[in-house]
Design a protein around this ligand. Structure first.
Ligand code: FDA
Length: 305
């Protein structure tokens, strides 16, 4: 049943009609539990609250699978405004973004122009930028963009997904760029031709890439809500005397909040991924796919408590 629900929500996540409707009608159905609001001031307020609890943040202006140049340019401008707001408000926050929101499905030139503008602003205001990883179809192109930009900028990192067969090889190839990588299990619906269909294999590969990246000396963000992966990371770090400034844990806003606070108390660096903006629908559907129990929150949002 879980698998059926997961596939259903992942199918819904790419529905253009519902995406448009969601933008028009604003945050609904309990999505506010996972999204910090629709505007930069909403995001600033949330980042400040998290910073006060000792947590770092990465903010994400929601947007994906954009197919018009004007929208991609607007998304890039929003990112630059967010970078300025981080600096003006003295916040401890990085920025995360998706290549399809920068125009990946339109033209490579547009993406590179948008990204260079954002990274220049990031450099000027001291804000680090992470390129999220999207579906398999875009993985190769995203990594190529990362490599080109990494040769020009220090303030850029990206994400690799444990569910893909190709990831270990990608990491070996990326090593020469000393990449700052966020390691995740992977959130999209992929074919067994390209991704491990069984959770156990995904978890095994996740452990493999956590160890691999921690031991090669590059900065590692372990992004998961899974206690088994968190404990495994702690074990490797302890066994190999990896200093606290070489890795961090990351979780999504609104998920396992007490666990986030515990990790801070234990002395680990915790970063929370905070999405904001009106294009919340696809993000929200992927969160429901990950944990159908979250559907209870949707039902409360629809029918009241
Ligand atoms: P998983 O979903 O297997 O959950 C494992 C366990 O965690 C559960 O069994 C439960 O014990 C606990 N758990 C999970 N959710 C819980 C909840 N709501 N309440 C209580 N317990 C809960 N993906 C991607 O493809 N590209 C990307 O760029 C990113 N970026 C990203 C950034 C950050 C900061 C995070 C945390 C995640 C991503 N992801 C992502 C999403 C990622 O790929 C993955 O889909 C989710 O993190 C879910 O996988 P977990 O590792 O959390 O474990």
């Amino acid at each position: 049943m879980e698998k059926v629900l997961r596939n259903f929500f992942l199918f819904l996540s790419k529905n253009k009609f519902f995406t448009k409707l969601a933008k028009k009608y604003g945050l609904r159905f309990g999505a506010g539990r996972f999204v910090a609001g629709e505007t930069i001031p909403n995001a600033v307020k949330t980042i400040r609250e998290l910073n006060e609890k000792g947590m770092s943040v990465t903010i994400d202006h929601l947007g994906e699978f954009i197919d018009s140049e004007a929208e991609a340019r607007y998304a890039a401008e929003e990112c630059i405004e967010a970078i300025k707001a981080i600096s003006e408000n003295n916040l401890d926050s990085q920025l995360s973004l998706k290549m399809t929101s920068m125009g990946l499905d339109i033209s490579p030139e547009l993406v590179m122009e948008n990204m260079r503008n954002i990274l220049d602003a990031g450099k000027e205001y001291g804000v680090f930028v992470t390129i999220d990883m999207e579906d398999y179809e875009r993985c190769q192109k995203t990594l190529e963009i990362f490599k080109e930009l990494r040769s020009e900028y220090d303030n850029i990192g990206t994400v690799v997904q444990a569910y893909l067969y190709r990831t270990v090889e990608d990491m070996e190839e990326l090593d020469q760029y000393n990449p700052n990588l966020r390691l995740v299990k992977g959130a999209y619906k992929e074919s067994p031709k390209v991704a491990f269909p069984e959770k156990k294999d995904v978890d095994d590969n996740f452990k493999k890439i956590i160890k691999m990246h921690l031991l090669n000396g590059n900065y590692t963000a372990v992004a998961t809500h899974d206690d088994a992966m968190i404990e495994y990371t702690k074990k490797i770090v302890e066994e190999h005397n990896i200093p606290n400034d070489q890795f961090e844990f990351q979780m999504l806003y609104g998920i396992r909040v007490e666990r986030q606070e515990e990790l801070i108390k234990e002395g680990y660096h915790m970063r929370v991924y905070v999405p904001y903006g009106n294009d919340w629908y696809g993000y929200f559907m992927r969160r429901l796919a990950e944990r159908p129990a979250n559907v209870a929150f949707v039902l409360k949002g629809v029918f009241g408590k």
